[in-house]
Every structure is written in C-alpha cells, then in structure tokens.
Design a protein around this ligand. Structure first.
Ligand code: GDP
Ligand code: MN
Length: 385
C-alpha cells in the first residue's frame, strides 16, 4: 500500500528525521490561508501516489499566497500525469503547502526489499533529485548499495560507509548516520517495502532535510498496523484492484489483453507463462483462491469482464476444494443476461469436471473447452486476429 508524501513525512518526523514545516489542503482557499500564514513564499506540491511530480508540473515554488491558491486551483480536481502513472494520470485531491528550503545539494537515500540480496538494501547517491532514474540507468556506479542482514540489523560501520561514500561535508557525516539509522527504524517498525527520501537535501545553512518522502507498506503486514491501514487512499488506486481487495480476490492489473482467472497462485503464474509462450500478454493476475464460492468466482469474472482492455479470457481451474461445477456456475452468473462477445477458453480438471463442462456448454456463452495447457496456449494464439 502506498501513502501520500505528507503522511510519510509525519512518520519520518516521529522518528526524528527533519522535514519542512507544512500543512495539507483540499481547497484553493485553504491553500491561500496556509500560504498567508507562512508569509506567501511557499512550495505547493500535488499529493498523489506517484513520483515524477516535479517534472510533470505538480510542484511549484511561489512568492505570494494568491499565486499559491491559483496554482492549487489548477491542480485540485485535475489528474496529474507523470512518467510513473498511466496515461490517464491520478487525481489530485490534496496539496501540500510547505515553507521553501534553499537547497545546496540534493542526495538520494532509500531502503528497499531486494529479492536478489534476499534482504533490505540501502541505496544512496550524491546525484539525487529528479534525475535519479537516469543516474541509475546511465551511471549505476554513482549509487552506493549496502545490504542489511535483517537478523543482525543495520550496523554503525554500514552507516558510516554510506555517509563517507556520499562525500558529505564533514559536519554532515554524523547527522547523516543518525538519519540513516532512523530511516531503517521506520522501515523495520512500519513493515515497509520501500522507504525513500529523494531529494534528501543539504540546505544552504548546512542542514540535512527530507524534501520528499515515499513509504510503501507491505499489504500483508497491515493487520499489525491498524493506524496505518486508515491511510489508504482508494482514489489513488486502480479501481479494479480496489474492487478486488474489497472482494478478497488476489488481483493485479497488467498491460496485456488476455484476461485470466485461475485458482491458486502457482497455477496463476504458470498460466501467465503459458499466455506469454503463446506470444500474448496477460491483462491481469487473478487467483480466486482454493476454496472460492460461486459468488466469489462470479465477482472475479465480473472484474475481468469490466476491464476494457480484455479481448479474450483464459480460465484455468484445477478443481480440488473449488469444484468445477461451482466455478462454471460462477462464470455463467457473472455473464448474466448480458451479451458478452469476448471469446472464453476454459481448461478445467478435477472434481465434478463433467458437470462443470456441461454447465458451460449449455450456457450459450462463446466458450471453448480445452483439456490441457498446450491446447489452451494454442487457442489463445488462434484468437489473435
Ligand atoms: P517528485 O518529482 O514527485 O519526486 O517530487 P519532489 O518532492 O521530489 O519535488 C521535485 C523537486 O522540487 C525536488 O527535486 C526539488 O528540486 C524541488 N523542491 C521541492 N521542495 C523544494 C523546496 O522546498 N525548495 C526548493 N528550492 N526546491 C524544492
Ligand atoms: Mn522526489
């Protein structure tokens, strides 16, 4: 789960990481009021669950409260499109108004779970700021990486290695090592998958300050953080994924056009591989779960049908606890009386498979029944016009 910059900054402050003074607003007049109190000179920042706001015009330094509210007027209610969003962008419903900081240099600091290292790693660079992605791809040697053993924890020497590697002015070494320790405390205690400060600035007065903050939280740990689950902003999330979460279905939207419904995460992964082998791209990952009910199958299938990118559907059910007849009834129920023209390829095996197939055959839907994955792949291939 992602949270907003202002929410992340509140958490960082609780862990003694310096951030700018600011307040969040939902209307231009609120922005004007806050900016007025700060003396007019402020930074106005769109609050969206995406980076790249600076380059996309979502961040502005202004000199008067009027300018602040004019900019907020422009942003609030609009969609911000950045290189990290879909072409439709994400809605801006809130802006953060902050006291501006005079920046001397911008650094990059992040902690992320690294699957290669099988541990959290810290990444830091003295070339921080808006071009960090370019730095990462063109001159990766400018990014220092340190893996943290989760049992042993972050060590003092690792913090010093990072701080010296950043070529910081001598007086910033100690503050930086404490800041890194504090960021790791945030990462660990909030069960983050990502904790990123970019830019981590040194001001013209020589102080370290987090000018931006991004915390991604592990969904599977949210039950341990009831205070954090309340920060979910569904309007920033893909509407289909929100529906899926509410229905208890494991669904991830992808870029392709083959909708797929599978029971079991491993089988779902294998099914996506099969789709790739057929030179097609899955529109989603979807695991209805081992013991799904007819209702859950129907909800899952409706999700797929409501995705405008879906041109064909592959259903792969291995009927164990979820019986094939239950899955078939769910599919028929989801299609209802509406005239769905998307071709559906169904591979079913296991408990009550004959009954399941019969239900689909007599449903009047355009279903092709296949017996194995190879055939399923072939059918997907054939359906590419
Ligand atoms: P992002 O583009 O979504 O990552 O948004 P950021 O919060 O990182 O802001 C983008 C850029 O705006 C930063 O890299 C800074 O250069 C600039 N910026 C943000 N806050 C301030 C500030 O208080 N003062 C100054 N001078 N620049 C700022
Ligand atoms: Mn940033």
């Amino acid at each position: 789960m992602k949270i907003h910059e202002y929410q992340a900054k509140e958490i960082l402050s609780e862990y003694s990481i310096p951030t700018s003074k600011g307040a969040v607003a939902r209307t231009p007049s609120e922005v004007e009021e806050i900016a007025e109190q700060m003396g007019g000179n402020v930074v106005v920042k769109a609050q969206v669950h995406a980076g790249g706001r600076g380059a996309a015009g979502g961040v502005k330094l202004v000199n008067t409260a009027k300018e602040a509210s004019d900019f907020a007027q422009q942003l609030l209610g609009s969609n911000l499109v950045t290189h990290q969003t879909s072409p439709d962008g994400v809605p801006v419903n809130e802006v953060l108004v902050e006291e501006p900081i005079d920046i001397s240099k911008e650094y990059y600091l992040a902690i992320v779970v690294d699957s290669d290292a099988r541990s959290p790693i810290i990444m830091a660079s003295e070339s921080g700021g808006m071009d960090i992605e370019e730095v990462a791809s063109r001159s990766p040697e400018k990014i220092i990486r340190v893996a943290i053993d989760p049992i042993v924890g972050l060590q003092g020497y690792q913090c010093r290695h990072l701080a010296y590697g950043l070529n910081l002015p001598a007086e910033n070494i100690r503050p930086m090592t404490s800041l890194i320790e504090n960021l790791y405390k945030v990462f660990e205690s909030k069960d983050c998958s990502l904790a990123e400060i970019n830019p981590l600035a040194i001001t013209t007065e020589g102080q370290l300050i987090a000018l931006d903050a991004k915390l991604n939280l592990d969904d599977d740990s949210l039950f341990r953080h009831p205070d954090l689950s309340g920060l979910r902003d569904k309007e920033q999330e893909d509407p289909l994924e929100v529906k899926a979460i509410d229905a208890g279905i494991a669904y991830i939207k992808l870029d392709g056009d083959v909708g797929c419904m599978v029971n079991g995460a491993g089988l779902a992964m294998a099914t996506m591989d099969t789709i790739h082998l057929a030179n097609a791209m899955p529109a989603n990952f979807l695991d209805v779960g081992g013991g799904a009910s007819e209702e859950q199958v129907a909800q899952a299938f409706k999700l797929i049908l409501s995705d405008p990118n879906v041109k064909r559907i592959l259903v792969n059910i291995f009927g164990g606890i979820l019986r094939c007849d239950v899955a078939a009834r769910g599919i028929v129920e989801a299609c209802g009386s509406e005239d769905h023209t998307v071709p559906i390829v169904v591979r079913m095996l296991g408990t009550n498979v004959e009954e399941g197939k019969e239900i689909l055959k007599s449903s009047g839907l355009s279903v092709t029944l296949v017996d194995d994955m190879k055939q399923a792949a072939q059918m997907i291939k054939n359906s590419i016009a």
